[in-house]
Design a binder for this molecule. Structure first.
Ligand code: ADP
Length: 153
């Protein structure tokens, strides 16, 4: 590769990788799910973050620290729904299938979070803009790409 540094080479490769190509399956719970059941889901599905939906559309995100904070705060895990303790829309950082993985990774670093929901914008019957959750990009996704690129060079 004529005169280009290895880093140039890597950054060009990363910019071309689309979110759609590397996304993984999202783990989703409804807003009305109890905090207890959500913690069980987190463990069974072996993820650190759950995406939360209301009527099937993205309404929030809940992570390990959210659960720990509320657990030591002494809430009734069986009676409180995740909707009450999650980080809520519109404060959710999302990514789209067509974004580059570099953009997604930059957002993860900039906002100091572990993962992003991959979403599609849809219009409801009432004409409201909502997000359908179609995937997940996590720090693990980024690390896997890093390893694959490293093996390739
Ligand atoms: P952990 O709790 O395992 O450290 P994060 O660092 O991802 O996980 O979460 C830190 C905080 O940011 C939590 O309150 C969580 O609800 C919130 N959060 C996680 N992901 C997102 C996101 N994509 N957009 C907005 N907030 C998020």
């Amino acid at each position: 590769y004529t005169g280009k540094t290895a880093l140039n080479f890597i950054s060009e490769r990363i910019e071309k990788i689309k979110v759609s190509k590397v996304k993984s399956v999202p783990v989703v719970v409804d807003e009305n799910t109890s905090v207890y059941d959500a913690i069980v889901t987190l463990m069974v599905e072996d993820v650190g973050t759950l995406f939360v939906t209301s009527d099937g559309f993205l309404s929030g995100i809940i992570s390990r620290k959210d659960f720990l904070k509320n657990a030591i705060g002494g809430i009734d895990l069986n009676r409180i729904p995740v909707g009450m303790i999650m980080t809520r829309m519109p404060n959710i950082i999302v990514t789209f299938s067509n974004d580059s993985i570099l953009e997604a990774a930059s957002n993860i670093i900039e906002h100091e979070i572990d993962c992003l929901p991959v979403v599609e914008e849809v219009r409801t019957e009432k004409g409201e803009k909502k997000f359908k959750v179609v995937g997940r990009i996590s720090k693990t996704t980024i690390t896997r790409i890093f390893v694959e690129l490293g093996k390739d060079i």
